[in-house]
Design a protein around this ligand. Structure first.
Ligand SMILES: Cc1ncc(COP(=O)(O)OP(=O)(O)O)c(N)n1
Ligand SMILES: Cc1nc(C(=O)O)sc1CCOP(=O)(O)O
Ligand SMILES: [Mg+2]
Length: 497
């Protein structure tokens, strides 16, 4: 009987194109609240759970395994048992994962039957080829990087995975020290799945950690690669707002959708009128998009009112969208206020706790923190305070500081990262902030980890400013098209430049 209680023949197609062995592959640890943490990871996109319990107490191993098997059955998630064939049979698992010392996969196949999944740990080309020849449905291959979760004798690294890729026709599950930041190298080396323990189960937010890792597989998606939703105002002049966001997402190679929060009558000289969209219709637009389009990342811009901010926060929670870049737009280039006074507190209370990256400029950071910011030290303090208000990561943009390069400071809760670019003196900077935040959201949707996404977005927006051309009689727009052609598919940018 299958793990979901039916006489289920889990027909596993060994052809890696059709195999269910792909994406984020969670391996359990021995910590407390295991089922709760595993379920949070499943909510974040994990579809394969391997129960790995090296304990000696068989009854305890069975009891914990039973709870996890029932959880996986309820959620339609593949449940694999590590090492122990008897336990796998007792728990009616969907499969087993065997180490080199854990028995012959052929025997496991005979005992489990054709419809079950058999994985084998491998560390060399020889072991990988032998496992494939023995009929394994996938191989584990490691270790990718140093890890504290297991004593490892061999660091194969992503290079080792790339070396076996061409000869292994079944899925390769990479394992060992994998994280959001080093995961791209493993995906780019050809891994079909990333097996992780601590990157998800030791993370304070396993849902978010699983989501971040899952996004890395968009690196392989066909164009348009990744889907970005912008929730912002319309700029009739076309230089900022959803117009800038959609140009950015599209020109950088992703799919853009939009929810409009306000209509502005605007041109290069300023804003002459604003009509807020009824919050109920903002909610209706959000339902229409989020119930149908597979949105990977969200970018918010002008949110106009406290009611709209609350509506957006509630819908992001309802649809469990966590990779949200919030550009706290407050004042238009010409000085017109784009948010009402009461809205700032609602933004801090309701939206910040759901913010993956907050991207204030200096005036916005000062308004949100009450600080006066005159240098990088002030930017760092503002970032710390905004992190404490709930933003998971904070990018304070230094463009408004008058001296030196244009320096932006990223704070991820533990470290600061500087992103610098030459300061470009131009009046054609309309839409800079929108474009920068939209580019970050786009690169995140394409599977770039945060620092790379910020670095590449900084390069893009700097080029867009530099290539800006006069248009209208006021502040001309940045040049999205020429900037996209210039940055193209160059290698990713990184922090500390
Ligand atoms: C996918 C995957 N790959 C490797 C392992 C390692 O298994 P483990 O039982 O921890 O060690 P070995 O028995 O393979 O030496 C795994 N659990 N999952
Ligand atoms: C279980 C395991 N097997 C490895 C191998 O190389 O075979 S490395 C490893 C530990 C993986 O844990 P983490 O994701 O916390 O690094
Ligand atoms: Mg083992």
């Amino acid at each position: 009987m299958g793990s979901n209680g039916h006489n289920l023949r889990l027909v596993v197609n060994r052809d890696k194109q059709d195999s269910p062995i792909r994406g984020v592959y969670l391996v359990t640890d021995h910590g407390d609240r295991l089922a709760e943490r595993v379920e949070a990871a499943i909510d974040g996109g994990v579809r394969i759970v391997q129960y790995r319990n090296k304990g000696k107490d068989r009854a305890q191993r069975y009891a914990v395994g039973e709870e996890l098997r029932d959880l996986c059955s309820r959620r339609g998630v593949i449940f694999i048992v590590n090492d122990d064939l008897d336990l796998a049979l007792q728990l009616k698992a969907d499969g087993i994962h065997l180490g080199q010392e854990d028995g012959d996969p052929r025997i496991a196949r005979r005992e489990l039957g054709p419809g079950r999944i058999i994985g084998v740990s491998t560390h060399t080309m020889e072991e990988a080829l032998a496992a494939q020849a023995a009929g394994a449905d996938y191989i584990g291959f490691g270790a990718m990087f140093p890890t504290n979760s297991k004593e490892i004798g061999h660091l194969a690294g992503p290079e080792g995975l790339a070396a076996i890729r061409s000869r292994i026709m079944i899925p390769i599950v990479a394992i060992g020290g994998i994280s959001r930041d080093n995961g791209p190298r493993v995906v780019d080396a050809g891994a079909d799945a990333l097996a992780v323990i601590s990157a998800v189960l030791a993370h304070p937010d396993p849902f978010l950690a699983a989501t971040e890792l899952g996004l890395l597989f968009n690196r392989r998606a066909p164009h348009p690669r990744g889907a970005v939703l912008t929730i912002a105002g319309s700029d009739s002049g076309g230089g900022a707002g959803i117009q800038a966001d959609l140009k950015t997402a599209t020109l950088l190679g992703s799919y853009g959708s939009s929810v409009i929060t306000a209509l502005t009558a605007q041109n290069t000289r300023g804003v002459s009128g604003i009509h807020g969209v009824p919050p109920s219709f903002v909610a209706e637009q959000l339902d229409a998009v989020l119930s149908d389009i597979p949105v990977d990342t969200v970018k918010t811009g002008m949110l106009f009112s406290a009611e709209i901010i609350a509506t957006v926060a509630d819908k992001l929670a309802e649809y469990r969208k966590r990779i949200v870049v919030v550009d706290p737009v407050m004042v238009a280039k010409g000085g017109a206020p784009l948010i009402d006074r009461g809205a700032v507190n609602v933004l801090k209370d309701r939206l910040m706790p759901r913010t993956y990256l907050l991207t204030p400029n200096i005036p916005e950071a000062e308004r949100l923190t009450g600080l006066t910011i005159v240098d990088e030290e002030g930017m760092q303090e503002a970032a710390r305070r905004l992190f404490r208000l709930g933003a998971r990561n904070v990018l304070v943009k230094g463009g408004h500081l008058v001296a030196g390069d244009a320096v932006d400071i990223l704070f991820d809760g533990s470290a600061f990262h500087r992103f610098t670019a030459p300061r470009i003196l131009s009046k054609n900077t309309h839409g800079t902030g929108c474009t920068y935040a939209a580019a970050i959201a786009t690169y995140l949707a394409q599977g770039e980890p945060l620092r790379e996404a910020v670095g590449r977005a900084k390069e893009f927006v700097t080029a867009a400013i530099r290539l800006g051309q006069p248009l209208g009689r006021g502040h001309g727009p940045v040049n999205h098209l020429l900037a996209a052609l210039e940055v193209g598919d160059q290698g990713p940018g990184t922090g500390d430049r």
